[in-house]
Design a binder for this molecule. Sequence first.
Ligand code: 0O2
Length: 215
Amino acid sequence: MELKADNGEGIDSWREVTLIYNAALRQIETRMEILNDEFQHVHQYNPIEHIKSRIKTPESIVKKLKRHQYESTIDNMVKYINDIAGIRIICSFTSDIYRIADMIAEQRDIRVLAVKDYITFPKASGYKSYHMIVTVPVYLSDRTVDAKVEIQIRTVAMDFWASLEHKIHYKFEGDAPEYIRNELVECARLVSDLDDRMLELNNKIQNIGKPGGGQ
Ligand code: 0O2
């Protein structure tokens, strides 16, 4: 989807691109904080541990465009790169991931363009995360622009794994030795087990004191 103003004008400079994507990131971040506060108020519980956001560097955008065999133009980056604006939502438990994704999808002016569920369908490398590409309206003085944002939702443990795997991926330029790849797959299995056990433990704790819920 092309980033176009609702008067049909395109976005034509890197400065304008960063201004708009930064505004989009701030909007999503604030909404997530509000939802988290409301959740705390209603359920006495915060599903979101913390939020990180970033604008992709021009070098990284150009690399991705090259990888997909597109010319490096502002039009192409806006049209084909879905994660120029990226936000990562880190939560405690796997069950929080879908709860947060639902809360995002229910926001009236946020449009979900695509979802990649690497939680239910992890990558062969062991990568787990829930990705949503959404658009959010950015209100400028003379027009409104729908800006694309990639939202990644994952647990603290998944994030720990992904950070190390990302570093390794870059260090070996995507061609890590087999014994390291195998070790990463094994670590991903441990991370999954840990997430399952922590969720189970938390459910037990929540049920304590409820009728039929243990001590
Ligand atoms: P970087 O360096 O983190 O920015 P699309 O964006 O939908 O056109 P893509 O990039 O295949 O196509 O989408 P996907 O699979 O949703 O990946 C988007 C981002 O998720 C990646 O951006 C990574 O940040 C992260 N990601 C995806 N797969 C992996 C993985 O196996 N390991 C880790 N650590 N991160 C992953 P970039 O631009 O590829 O990289």
